[in-house]
Design a protein around this ligand. Structure first.
Ligand SMILES: Nc1ncnc2c1ncn2[C@@H]1O[C@H](COP(=O)(O)OP(=O)(O)OP(=O)(O)O)[C@@H](O)[C@H]1O
Ligand SMILES: [Mg+2]
Length: 234
């Protein structure tokens, strides 16, 4: 379990995160919902050590987690909003480069890449990335995040701009990872997809956590999840 406790962050006079606390549980997919500007990406950036929070503590199980410490940070892989690839390298080379950063052994890396390409139906690994469509890039970005097989996976809007067949493939891969015991959190604006994928829901608005609980608890707010969401964020 990855836990955030009392996270606050201000940019100038703007209090962007206000005492945010929640956890990501093992073997669960947690949907992180909130309107534009609610603080989702800022929360994720703090968790990854990209920005320094004003207050707040993180824990991996019961051990304090300090994002700057590589030995703990390496348990988390992620896809950020607007993630980019090495455009001049092909898909395979992009993956292999990352495998080297994670210090994966050569044959193990090759095997993992092959498996992920197969699962995500990436049959265009030999083409340079600059020729990829948005959906093709998005799948490669996800494959790259899955490569080290980290215990925690954090995805910032991984399914935005993705067609229905590709979404289906990605969803199946995420479910499989979850069933293998990973704790996955992803932010999204697509509520129908939350019912399909998530067991846990967190709603943030104006930097405050407005809801955290199971998908059934979320649904019990209102039969229509869009109405439930609106009631929480106004
Ligand atoms: N480096 C920064 N400097 C100043 N303000 C920032 C900075 N980063 C984020 N903000 C502000 O923090 C607020 C939360 O932004 P954040 O990107 O976390 O929202 P979000 O929930 O991810 O929204 P979206 O759904 O649009 O991606 C916004 O008002 C944004 O302008
Ligand atoms: Mg965002």
């Amino acid at each position: 379990m990855l836990r955030i406790e009392g996270l606050s962050k201000a940019f100038g006079n703007a209090n962007v995160l206000k005492n945010v606390s929640f956890s990501m549980k093992d073997g669960r997919i947690t949907a992180f919902l909130g309107p534009n500007g609610a603080g989702k990406t800022t929360t994720i950036r703090a968790l990854l050590g990209i920005i320094r929070p004003d207050t707040g503590k993180f824990y991996m199980d019961t051990t304090p987690y300090i994002p700057e410490q590589v030995n703990m940070r390496k348990n988390i892989s992620f896809v950020l909003e607007n993630a980019s690839l090495y455009e001049r390298l092909n898909g395979y080379e992009n993956m292999y480069f990352v495998a080297q950063i994670w210090q994966l052994e050569k044959s193990m890396a090759e095997e993992r890449i092959k498996k992920l390409f197969n699962e995500l139906e990436i049959d265009y690994g030999k083409k340079p990335v600059k020729l990829y469509s948005k959906g093709m890039k998005q799948k490669l970005i996800l494959a790259r995040a899955l490569l080290p097989s980290c215990r925690y996976l954090i995805l910032d809007e991984p399914l935005s701009g993705i067609d229905i067949p590709t979404k289906h493939i990605i969803r199946e891969v995420l479910k499989k990872e979850k069933n293998n015991g990973k704790a996955i959190m992803y932010s999204t604006h697509i509520l129908e997809e939350v019912e399909e994928l998530a067991q846990e829901v967190i709603v943030i608005a104006h930097g405050e956590i407005r809801f955290k609980g199971s998908i059934n608890e979320f649904r019990s707010i209102d039969n229509d999840i869009e109405t439930a969401f609106m009631r929480l964020v106004v």
